[in-house]
Design a protein around this ligand. Structure first.
Ligand code: WT7
Length: 649
């Protein structure tokens, strides 16, 4: 097993309190000895509080059913003051957002002063339309700088944003608007991605039919093309800000006031609205962004995720801006106009920290090294990955070809629920092993348990839990605290259960093995198999559907779907296409099945429960490893499933 020491260039001149394993261990011990003292001091240093907090964590995992976790509960602030106002004097003319448009020729940059002004203008426009503290506002946009402005403007007036990824369908947008009872939507005419237009306004209109709670829709104009505007409800962004003041004092809120809701998939059909709050979230994202990536004042930092996912919230917008960084927003895709786009960008903007997902690394590695090597990447110092386990081959390619062995790779494990990075190398401190997320960020205490709940010590493989609260964690599920407790704290009372499996090696390094629940991770997009299944059974030819993941060479996991046809329906040439359309309209364009198999029935126990393990093993190409199937109601179903199993080639 190869271990990579931290390259000298990454360690040299680092301002990080952790520049060796020893200093990392010292700090981690100090935090765990007195987390309250440490985090209160940290937050007062890095966050602009109006009333500085004296309290650390309130409540504990033991009585989470009665009391949500709080951090810094006696403090007051507004997270945008840490992202904007805090920097005006010292970094007012520093570039805050560097925008790279879909077309290489399109781009702009905004300094902290300019970003502050844009946010204030739009905050005032929202206030003028009656949007007030506590209102929920959906943001359904592409990767334009105005998406970040929309988020920050909501936060500034104390409204709660909920960004919905621009690939989601009208149905998905609508169900989120209903769940949080949104009063306003911020969208744009069209999104631009890889030379294609995405009809964001039209889909918003469809989602909002008959939804009375939404009284206002703001539309940012990205193109010259026309869209329908509904009089009274819809307002062009540029018109709405035209007469507003460029100054808008931030609404000061309690530390635990919700900053945003972000919906994420779980094992059951309905997405869960994770609630993150001003004080803890801004502390955690700023802390982890600075330390993990080892941010320096003149860095150009690029995270090429989408603001529709938590990575975009924490590591394009909130973390980097709280740290006064120059953060890039990328509107396009890694293969447009060709597979060299990322590295072309690295050369043009002199990017020093670059953060992407394993699926993109694998896809680009498959295109050949020349797309990388023809660009100058000497500015790079830290390379990050997130979203799914990275296979050692892809890791090595990233390290050797992209980073020319000069950069440290930070494989960052975390989740929508954790708010920010939890297990990851600290760039200047942690030697790396390809495929391992390595060690916990100070303040995170991971534990592995077996299915019976026994804590596993030393070298072991088990279920990954975190045993103590940390500032960035989500506080609840919007409108359903019982579900939050049930999902994360019922399996192992007193600990947060992540839903991931994990192996810990002899050096204490963590190797995430993937989800152990019915969540699949396709190209770093987290999807619930139940969401697929409930969408597919809407088709009248489908009696039952069983969806599982299987290993996919580029996407990490692919989607495998077993279909039981309804009486009187035969398999037809058009069925797969119809089902695909069904998924597109119920979930979104990113919900695609890779392999369909029509089966006579799903394998069920005598009590009628689908034995998903069998579906998984067959899809994974391991029909010999089914285990005990003696409780099946009809074992012949399994023979048919094995006989008709499909694979990618
Ligand atoms: C799930 C969370 C974290 C932002 C993007 C995804 C998987 C995430 C890693 C990693 C192995 C990873 C886990 C986790 N995951 N990062 N570095 N190594 N697996 O956020 O959509 O909430 O998904 O992504 O399975 O539970 P998310």
């Amino acid at each position: 097993m190869s271990i990579y020491e931290v390259p000298a260039r990454v360690r040299e001149g680092s301002p990080n309190p952790m520049t060796s394993l020893d200093s990392y261990n010292d700090l981690a011990e100090r935090v765990s000895a007195d987390p309250d003292a440490y985090w209160v001091a940290e937050t007062c240093k890095r966050v602009s509080w109006r009333t500085e907090p004296t309290q650390g964590v309130g409540s504990s995992f033991d009585d989470i059913a009665e009391h949500a976790i709080t951090w810094f509960a006696d403090g007051t602030l507004n997270a945008t003051e840490s992202c904007l106002d805090r920097h005006l004097e010292t970094r007012g003319d520093k570039v805050a957002i560097l925008w790279e448009g879909d077309d290489v020729s399109e781009g702009l940059s905004w300094t902290y002063k300019e970003l502050h002004e844009q946010v204030c203008l739009f905050s005032n426009a929202m206030k003028a339309r009656g949007i007030v503290k506590g209102d929920r506002v959906l943001i359904y946009m592409g990767m334009v700088p105005e998406a970040a402005v929309a988020m920050l403007a909501c936060a500034r007036i104390g409204a709660i944003h909920s960004v919905v990824f621009g690939g989601f369908s009208a149905d998905s947008l609508r169900s989120r608007a209903v769940d949080c009872r949104a009063t306003a939507v911020i969208t744009q005419d069209f999104g631009m991605r890889g030379g294609k237009r995405i009809e964001l306004k039209r889909v918003s209109d469809q989602a909002l039919i008959g939804l009375d709670s939404v009284h206002t829709v703001f539309v940012y104009k990205r193109t010259e093309d026309n869209v329908d505007m509904q009089a009274g409800r819809d307002h062009w962004w540029h018109e709405a800000i035209a007469d507003e003041s460029p100054d808008c004092p931030a609404e000061i809120v309690d530390a635990e006031h919700p900053l945003f809701i972000l919906y994420t998939s779980g094992s059951t059909g309905k997405p869960k609205g994770q609630v993150h709050t001003h004080g803890g979230y801004i502390t955690w994202t700023s802390y982890t962004h600075q330390h993990v990536f080892d941010l320096r004042e003149d860095d150009v930092y690029a995270c090429v995720a989408d603001v529709g996912w938590i990575t975009g919230h924490s590591y394009i917008v909130y973390g980097p801006l709280a740290n006064g960084a120059t953060t890039l927003m990328f509107e396009s895709i890694p293969t447009y106009p060709d597979a060299g786009r990322y590295w072309d960008m690295v050369e043009r903007h002199k990017i020093s920290i670059f953060y992407t997902a394993p699926t993109a690394i694998r896809a680009l590695a498959a295109q050949g090294d020349h797309f990388v090597t023809r660009y100058d990447r000497s500015s790079l110092r830290v390379l990050g990955t997130v979203g799914e386990p990275i296979n050692p081959d892809a890791w090595e390619w990233y390290h050797r070809v992209v980073g020319e062995g000069r950069c440290n790779i930070v494989d960052t494990w975390w989740q929508t629920e954790t708010g920010g990075i939890c297990i990851s190398p600290i760039a200047p401190a942690t030697p790396t092993k390809p495929g391992s997320a390595t060690l916990p960020v100070p303040g995170i205490e991971p534990v592995l348990r077996d299915a019976e709940g026994q804590i596993l010590n030393g070298e072991a493989e088990g279920l990954l839990c975190i045993r103590r609260p940390w500032p960035g964690m989500s506080r609840t599920i919007w409108g359903d605290h019982d579900r939050y407790v049930d999902t994360y704290f019922s399996m192992f009372p007193g600990a947060y259960f992540t839903g991931d499996g994990c192996r810990r090696d002899a050096d204490g390094y963590h190797w995430i093995t993937g989800r152990v629940d019915d969540v699949i991770n396709v190209s770093g997009h987290r999807m619930g198999t139940a969401e697929f299944e409930s969408a597919l059974v809407h088709h009248n030819a489908v009696a039952e559907a069983g969806v599982v993941g299987f290993p996919h060479p580029i996407k990490g996991q692919g989607v495998y779907c077993y279909i039981v046809l309804a009486e009187g329906h035969d398999q037809s040439e058009t069925l797969e296409r119809d089902l695909q359309n069904m998924l597109r309209s119920h979930i979104g364009a990113h919900a695609r099945v890779d392999l369909y198999q029509v089966v006579p029935g799903l394998p069920k126990t005598r009590s009628g429960k689908v034995m998903r393990r069998i579906l998984r093993k067959v899809a994974e190409g391991q029909p010999d490893a089914l285990g005990d199937i003696s409780t099946l109601a009809d074992p012949t179903v399994v023979e048919a499933i094995i006989a008709g199993a499909r694979s990618l080639d």
